[in-house]
Design a protein around this ligand. Structure first.
Ligand code: BTN
Length: 249
């Protein structure tokens, strides 16, 4: 039977991390596709590259979406990155905030981060069997420990209901999930690329050889970042994985 995303919502007051909680339910065999796990507060919120995700209690959206794609090959798993970032972009667009996707899946307003996504997949053979899409969106928080952060409230002053945003997200998730269902991954990829932060702009990056100026030209089918740069007066295109490149902007 086809289950809508959000057909079941689990609400928690405090949890270590909604992704951990979801992974534990999965281990116990207690999860079905489309379950959303929401918390007011996380005591050990996790981000990409082993970073921590901090959020003031009750002020922001902290949730994990559990999905079981139908025959999504491991080589195409980046489609989940495209899918989840597009949904965030669309919510913000609908409330009047223009955002972009900083590769691979941070959501930025100007040069400030408003949302982060941590995707954790379970692989079975050649396919992604399950995926936990952990999403944090800053909504009502005004003060942040890091400088380059923003929230809906900072962009559009006033209180925004977290519940309302959760329901907007569930709507977008169901809308865009159909592209995964019909295996139209190219539509997701193109929509993602159209909204990529710094696409075709000159910017400074850092890799294992140091800082350099380059231009993001897109991403590969597998999701690597393609940067154009000059080395010894030769213009080359180089593909980068997440841990290989840092943005200096
Ligand atoms: C990042 O920007 O590095 C990703 C941040 C992801 C944060 C969310 S909040 C809900 C879910 N639970 C977690 O522990 N992390 C994700």
């Amino acid at each position: 039977m086809f289950m809508q995303i959000g057909h079941k919502i689990i609400r928690l007051d405090t949890v270590d991390s909604t992704n951990n909680y979801t992974a534990n339910l999965l281990k116990k065999g207690e999860l079905v596709h489309g379950t959303v796990i929401l918390a007011d507060e996380q005591t050990s919120g996790r981000g990409q590259r082993e970073a921590i995700w901090t959020s003031k209690a009750g002020e922001n959206m902290l949730l994990s979406v559990f999905v079981s794609p139908d025959k999504l090959s491991v080589t195409n798993q980046v489609a989940l990155t495209h899918f989840s970032s597009i949904c965030m972009l669309e919510i913000l667009r609908k409330i009047g905030i223009i955002s972009t996707i900083k590769w691979p899946n941070d959501i930025f307003v100007g040069k400030n981060k408003i949302s982060g996504i941590l995707i954790e997949n379970t692989i079975s053979g050649a396919n992604v069997e399950n995926s936990i899409l952990g999403i944090g969106l800053n909504i009502n928080q005004i003060d942040f420990e890091i400088q380059q952060a923003t929230s809906i409230n900072k962009e559009k002053p006033g209180f925004t209901s977290i519940n309302e945003i959760v329901f907007m997200l569930i709507y977008e998730l169901n809308l865009w999930w159909k592209y995964l269902n019909i295996n139209d991954l190219e539509t997701l990829r193109l929509k993602y690329l159209e909204n990529l932060f710094l696409l075709n702009d000159e910017a400074t990056f850092e890799d294992s050889d140091g800082r350099f100026v380059g231009i993001i030209r897109g991403t590969t089918k597998e999701g690597f970042l393609i940067i154009e740069r000059s080395i010894n007066e030769k213009v080359i295109l180089k593909n980068y994985d997440l841990k290989e490149i840092k943005f200096i902007y």
